[in-house]
Design a protein around this ligand. Structure first.
Ligand code: NDP
Ligand code: MG
Ligand code: MG
Length: 341
């Protein structure tokens, strides 16, 4: 059984006695900076010159400095720039300005685990990884709840890294939901596996393939969209609430029987072997290298794949349908503009 931590397992004092420099003010950055600030922590946000995020952070009442100046003040530096820029940012700006003994905190283990960032021995290296997007981390905190987090310590230079990481997790709101103890290796490899095989890669491909099969068979695209995409949320909500069993309890017996007999025909042994191959590329660093090399070259492969994804016919059908119905208004994020990602 995994070791878990809750509100009563941590004290806010260690993090409240420190200045936290949050580098980056994107999805995770804004949530960490604001939740910590609202938990009584002294926060300074570090951003590069000309960053569009500066105005947003200042409007939220936060102090914003250059990355170098924020790092100079930080007793703890939270690195929340995108994974692919963290190593250059660390080597060029963060490391030369780090206070002796300052702690380094990450929300994902990619750069530490794959050795793109190699902190000197005197720094605590810790992680609080929320198991949800940054905008949900902030939304839940404001609602008095929290998103579960993973916590781990890679390097305990101070001997106080555990109380510190738990204190940070509490200030972020994560302990309201609960924290699971893990390692940088386990977090990194399972996070990449989850997003590639199931949550993002697997799901996007399952939906678009289902859409293709129905439309190629002559069914109306709007019908296909409802069947293979729109209803997904309601199914996932049931699984989220009560597991796969609750979902099967709620659907019709016809649907449940179809689940048992046809699910294994779609996701067969071959798919399992493919998942294992993807896991192996994650574990041996093949995926990390491919991603970082493409990014270093200006991300040609990444940009081509993103453009191709946006052109898939399901996107045009979805936009049309969402514009006609009211559920699109339920959740609005100011930074998201449909069709422009
Ligand atoms: P975002 O892409 O949302 O963050 C971008 C922020 O970083 C912006 O404020 C941007 O400012 C700034 N930034 C970009 N490049 C630089 C640079 N070279 N120097 C300084 N600042 C820069 O990142 P995420 O929040 O998605 O990811 C941050 C970390 O959190 C990653 O390690 C990720 O794996 C992890 N994580 C993310 C989750 C999520 O919900 N997205 C979930 C869990 C973990 P600007 O470009 O305006 O200068
Ligand atoms: Mg991830
Ligand atoms: Mg049905």
């Amino acid at each position: 059984m995994a070791e878990m931590f809750h509100e009563e397992d941590a004290d806010l004092a260690p993090i409240q006695s420190k200045t936290v420099a949050v580098i980056g003010y994107g999805s995770q950055g804004h949530a960490h900076a604001l939740n910590l600030r609202d938990s009584g922590v002294n926060v300074v946000v570090g951003l590069r010159e000309g960053s569009a995020s500066i105005a947003k952070a200042e409007e939220a009442g936060l102090t914003v400095k250059s990355v170098a100046d924020a790092v100079k003040e930080g007793d703890l530096v939270t690195i929340l720039a995108p994974d692919q820029v963290q190593a250059a940012l660390y080597n060029e700006v963060i490391e030369p300005n780090l206070k002796p003994g300052a702690a380094l905190l990450f929300a994902h283990g990619f750069n530490i685990h794959f050795d793109y960032i190699k902190p000197a021995a005197g720094h605590d290296v810790i992680m609080v990884a929320p198991k949800g997007p940054g905008h949900v981390v902030r939304r839940e905190f404001e609602a008095g709840r929290g998103v579960p987090v993973l916590v781990c310590v890679e390097q305990d230079a101070s001997g106080e890294a555990w109380p510190l990481v738990l204190s940070y997790a509490k200030a972020l709101g994560g302990l309201r939901a609960g924290a699971i103890k893990t390692s940088f290796r386990e977090e990194t490899e399972t996070d990449l596996f989850g997003e590639q095989d199931v949550l993002c890669g697997g799901l996007s491909r399952l939906i678009t393939t289902g859409f293709e099969v129905l439309t190629e068979a002559g069914y109306q695209p709007e019908m296909a969209y409802f069947e293979v995409c729109h209803e997904m949320k309601m199914i996932v909500d049931l699984i989220y609430e009560g597991g796969i069993s609750k979902q099967r309890w709620s659907i019709s017996d016809t649907a449940e029987y179809g689940d048992y007999v046809s699910g294994p025909r779609v996701i067969d042994e071959h798919v399992k072997q493919n998942m294992k191959a993807v896991l192996s590329d994650i574990q041996d660093g093949t995926f990390a290298r491919r991603f970082m090399e493409d990014q270093a070259a200006g991300a040609p492969e990444f940009k081509k794949l993103r453009a191709e994804g946006e052109k898939h016919p399901i996107e045009a059908t979805g936009r049309k349908i969402r514009a006609l119905f009211s559920w699109g208004d339920e959740v609005k994020d100011a930074d998201y503009h449909e069709g422009s990602v």
